[in-house]
Design a protein around this ligand. Structure first.
Ligand code: 2HA
Ligand code: ZN
Length: 272
């Protein structure tokens, strides 16, 4: 059996969480990440027949039965993942239609997966229907996006267009836009269901006054999406209170569609 600390998926998870912490997006125990793994990947590093514990999930997810996830732990600090991956991360297999999770590695202090696991699993199921290559769901508290939810309308078309106008390449990185949920109680199945519904049409979902969810085919894609939207929000927060003299027009956004071969979310740009 290979040393799991050398597994590319584990190394990348640790690096990503550390990067997110260094951006200031994951204070204290803020944020959580889940990465869908194949049985072949897990088997290289873990004895998949050795179940350390069985943990009830509190939800059902028949579509993801028998699937494996590397996931961050509840109450754990992103700051510490790099120093003790085996305490702060775990590998689980969903069983019994998703009602239980078998722990195969990690959470060595008796811990368990993130309290936002319902949102993660429901969002994985939603994104896999849109893109069978989706592997990552990522949540964090990016400062400027969070700030924006206090001062900008939460209308998702308006929110998306504001972000697209803040940096030229935003529309290229997230042509599907940003969906927005109003404030809701976190850690519940209800916010999980609402997030998954929003994930059907965009890979970024804002939790107003809380943070952001991103989805992607790999850790870099989910991270890069969040990084790009957060950069745009930072520009917005720097200029929103100043007289705006210039902007990026819908006509220019159409030019970007043509140049980069992308299509903006249907109905979001004025027809030219
Ligand atoms: O796990 O960010 O939303 C800590 C959180 C909950
Ligand atoms: Zn959070």
């Amino acid at each position: 059996m290979n040393d799991i600390l050398t597994a590319p998926f584990l190394v990348e998870m640790v690096r990503t969480a550390t990067n997110m912490y260094n951006h200031g997006w994951d204070e204290r125990n803020g944020g959580n990440i889940s990465l869908l793994l194949s049985e072949a990947e897990v088997s290289e590093y873990c004895n998949i027949t050795k179940i350390l514990r069985t943990i009830p999930t509190g939800f059902s997810a028949p579509e993801l039965d028998n699937r494996y996830f590397l996931v961050t732990g509840t109450g754990k600090y992103f700051k510490n993942i790099q120093y003790a991956p085996d305490v702060n991360l775990g590998i689980v297999k969903l069983v019994d239609g998703g009602k239980n999770a078998q722990l195969l590695w990690g959470f060595t202090d008796g811990g368990t997966f993130t309290s936002e696991f319902p949102t993660h699993i429901m969002s994985h199921a939603a994104r896999l229907k849109v893109n069978p290559k989706n592997r990552v769901i990522m949540h964090c508290h990016p400062t400027n996006l969070l700030a924006m939810t206090y001062v900008h309308t939460l209308d998702e078309k308006e929110f998306t267009k504001t972000l697209w106008r803040m940096c030229t390449e935003c529309i290229v990185v997230f042509p599907d836009g940003v969906n927005v949920l109003p404030w809701m109680l976190c850690g519940t199945n209800e916010i999980g269901e609402a997030t998954a519904e929003k994930m059907k049409t965009a890979r970024l979902v804002v939790w107003s006054q809380h943070g952001l969810y991103g989805a992607g085919a790999d850790l870099d894609e989910a991270y890069g999406l969040i990084e790009t939207a957060e950069k745009a929000a930072e520009i917005y927060m720097k200029i929103a209170h100043l007289p705006i003299i210039n902007t990026i027009t819908d006509e220019q956004l159409h030019l970007l569609e043509g140049r980069f071969g992308i299509k903006a979310r249907e109905g979001y740009l004025k027809i030219n």
